[in-house]
Every structure is written in structure tokens, then in C-alpha cells.
Design a protein around this ligand. Structure first.
Ligand code: ATP
Ligand code: MG
Length: 370
């Protein structure tokens, strides 16, 4: 029996719809395996701005900090170009959570299910054997940069262009690179395969430093095979021969782009889960934030059309990494595979011969399986 506390931050758009299903699956795990999960539900993003005047309140933050894990839905965005410099911005919630809890490694597994080969944009012979794990650096790079890069301007408006100039800085320290590269090598050691480190070392000085650090960490892991790959080559090879990859470690923005691309191997962006981890420990694992890689998808929100699998598989990662419940995590993954194997599909995955169901029905079937 394990007792754990989970904070659920459903957020905006399809976030509440998919986290409801992920939570139902966790409740089924609780009942089937005799655990006790205490769940706190709090607002985040546009939802929190509307109700509480801030993207994430201090008290929500505190509740998160007292939990073993955070299950996150999605946050919406203001239309590009609006809200410059004035008022709270929804994405601040995620930046703040990542910074304050030190989540520097974002794990994004991509394992195309055989039953969904038909929904992928690739041929089955190219997908066979593909089982990737992206380790995206999450705490630095272009998303943070250097506030003083716009002299004399307050940091809140650094995202707005200034006259005819706009500046972003790609800043990495050796320490920021080393901790995420080390995490990737340690995961690869357990998977007994290899690490592909992705950079743009022919152009970017941060990438030259990145390679140096990879060389050093690799020397400490002589049994782990590794290679360097330029990001443009990686983008091409991902959809040509995805099975050549195992653990892929890369900086923040490259990881964002490559994982959206890789999601198409599985058939839909709605399929992919993620875990954001740092060094803080829980009773049985590592404190983390778990969320599907997709956004708030306002175009389909509130219509029972969102694919809940990415959120449900994020719940499986939560069980494995933060609660130390590997067997239960595997049971959730098997339930997803079984239900997809039966031909059930949300509208993002429709193929000839499949049965189209909504978010709730898909969630219910997976919950029943567990
Ligand atoms: P963000 O800025 O938060 O990354 P985004 O604008 O890049 O968000 P998403 O919200 O991820 O985009 O949506 C991109 C597309 O994928 C949309 O057409 C959306 O409907 C679709 N999509 C996203 N999530 C799902 C899902 N769970 N099920 C089905 N379709 C989805
Ligand atoms: Mg996106």
C-alpha cells in the first residue's frame, strides 16, 4: 500500500477534459492495487487569471510543493502580440513551476503502437522497432536568455520587439548542460542502448560547449554508446529511420520542435506524455510535473473530441517516477494499448475500420481495463 498526494492543475481548453480522464485512471489504480491517493485540484493559467488574478497563486504553489507529484493539463495563450508588458500571462505559471521546483529534464517517450501504424504519416516498415525517449533541457536556453539583453528595458517587456530590433539570447552554463546530459546517460545505461546528442555545433557556440560536456560525461559512461547529430539532420532522420534512435538529449527549443515532429510517428500529438523532473526526492521516487505534450487546443475544447491518451500516459509516468509504482504504470500502458488494439479511436486518429469515440468514452474504456 502506498499513500501519496497529487495536485491536479487542469488549466485551460482541453486540459480539464483530458486530466479528468487521467485522474479517473489513477483512481482505478488506487482501487485495484489498494493505494491511497489524496488529490488537490487547483486553478492555473487563463482559468486562474480569470478567477484569482494571477496565472498561479502562492497558495496553489504551496499545495504543489507539499505534494509528491503534479498532474498538469494545459494552459492557453493570449493571442500573439497582445498583453505586451501589461497584466499576468498564462505561461508564467509553467515557467514559475519549472524554475522554482528545478525541473530541468523533460522526458518525452515516443513509442508508436503497432495498431496505429496506419494513422502515422510513415510506412510501417519505417516505424517497426521505433522506441525513442527524448530528454529535453527545460530550464535554460532561448526561453530564458539574459534579461539585460535589452539595455534599459524592464524584464517584463523583454518579449516585445523594441522598435526595429528584437533580441533573444541562447545562454547555457556548463552546469545546466551537464545535469541534463548526465540524466540522459543514466537513463541510457538502464535501457542498454545509446544516446544521441542533438545540437547545432557548426553554428552556435552554446552547442560547442554542449558537445564538450557530452564528451566528458560520455567518458564516465564507457558502456553507453553515443553520437552527436546536428539538429537539421536529426529532423530529417527522425522521419526517415526513427528506429535508429534511442535516448535523444537536446537543448530546450530543439527539444520542443523535434518532439512535436516525433509525435507524428505515433499518429497524433494527443498521444504523447511527458515528465518534468529535477533532483527533489519523494518517499518513493522523484518529485515531478506530468503533462501531455499538446497545448490547450482551443479549436476542439469543450466538444469531447480531445484524445486523452497523452494525459493518461502522463499519469502512468507519474506512477513510475514519483510514486515508485512501476507495475501499476505498466498496467496503465497495457490498458491503453489494449483499448487502441480493439480499434477505439478519438477523432484525431480516425482510420478505416476504427470506432470513433469521444474523450470521455476513450477514458472510460481505459479506466475499465485497469
Ligand atoms: P501550445 O502553444 O500550448 O503548444 P499549440 O497552439 O501549439 O499550443 P496545441 O494546443 O497543441 O497547439 O494544438 C495543436 C493542434 O493539435 C490543434 O489543431 C489541436 O486541435 C490538436 N490537438 C492538440 N491536442 C490534442 C488532443 N489531445 N487531441 C486531439 N487533437 C489535439
Ligand atoms: Mg506547441
Amino acid at each position: 500500500m502506498s499513500a501519496a498526494t497529487i495536485t491536479v492543475l487542469p488549466g485551460d481548453g482541453v486540459g480539464p477534459e483530458v486530466t479528468d480522464q487521467a485522474l479517473a485512471v489513477l483512481r482505478a489504480v488506487e482501487e485495484t492495487y489498494g493505494h491511497r491517493f489524496t488529490v488537490h485540484r487547483r486553478r492555473v493559467g487563463l482559468d486562474a487569471i480569470a478567477a484569482e488574478g494571477t496565472a498561479i497563486s502562492d497558495s496553489t504553489f504551496e499545495v504543489c510543493g507539499q505534494s509528491d507529484a503534479i498532474l498538469f493539463g494545459a494552459i492557453g495563450s493570449l493571442p500573439p502580440g497582445t498583453g505586451r508588458g501589461a497584466g499576468p500571462r498564462p505561461e508564467e505559471a509553467l515557467f514559475r513551476l519549472r524554475k522554482e521546483f528545478g525541473f530541468f529534464a523533460n522526458l518525452r517517450p515516443v513509442r508508436p503502437l503497432e495498431a496505429l501504424y496506419g494513422a502515422s504519416s510513415l510506412k510501417p516498415e519505417h516505424l517497426k522497432g521505433a522506441d525513442l525517449l527524448f530528454v529535453r533541457e527545460l530550464s535554460a536556453g532561448l526561453y530564458y536568455g539574459r534579461l539585460e539583453s535589452v539595455p534599459g528595458k524592464p524584464s517584463e517587456i523583454r518579449r516585445a520587439p523594441h522598435g526595429t530590433e528584437a533580441v533573444d539570447t541562447l545562454l547555457y552554463t556548463e552546469e545546466e548542460i551537464e545535469r541534463v546530459v548526465r540524466a540522459a546517460f543514466e537513463i541510457a545505461l538502464r535501457r542498454e542502448r545509446k544516446v544521441t546528442s542533438v545540437d547545432k555545433a557548426n553554428v552556435l557556440s552554446s552547442s560547442v560547449l554542449w558537445r564538450e560536456v557530452v564528451e566528458r560525461v560520455a567518458a564516465e559512461h564507457p558502456t553507453v554508446a553515443y553520437e552527436h547529430m546536428l539538429v537539421d539532420a536529426c529532423a530529417m532522420r527522425l522521419i526517415r529511420t526513427p528506429s535508429e534512435f534511442d535516448v535523444v538529449v537536446t537543448e530546450n527549443l530543439f527539444g520542443d520542435i523535434l518532439t512535436d515532429e516525433a509525435s507524428m510517428l505515433t499518429g497524433s500529438i494527443g498521444m504523447l506524455p511527458s515528465a518534468s523532473l529535477g533532483t527533489r526526492r519523494t518517499a518513493a521516487g522523484t518529485f515531478g510535473l506530468y503533462e501531455p505534450i499538446h497545448g490547450s487546443a482551443p479549436d476542439i475544447a469543450g466538444r469531447d473530441r480531445a484524445n486523452p491518451v497523452g494525459a493518461i500516459l502522463s499519469g502512468a509516468m507519474l506512477l513510475r517516477h514519483s510514486l515508485g509504482l512501476a507495475r501499476e504504470a505498466a498496467a496503465v500502458e497495457e490498458a491503453v494499448e489494449a483499448v487502441i488494439g480493439e480499434g477505439l479511436r478519438t477523432p484525431d486518429l480516425v482510420e478505416p475500420g476504427s470506432t470513433v469515440v469521444g474523450t470521455r468514452e476513450m477514458g472510460r474504456r481505459i479506466t475499465d481495463r485497469v
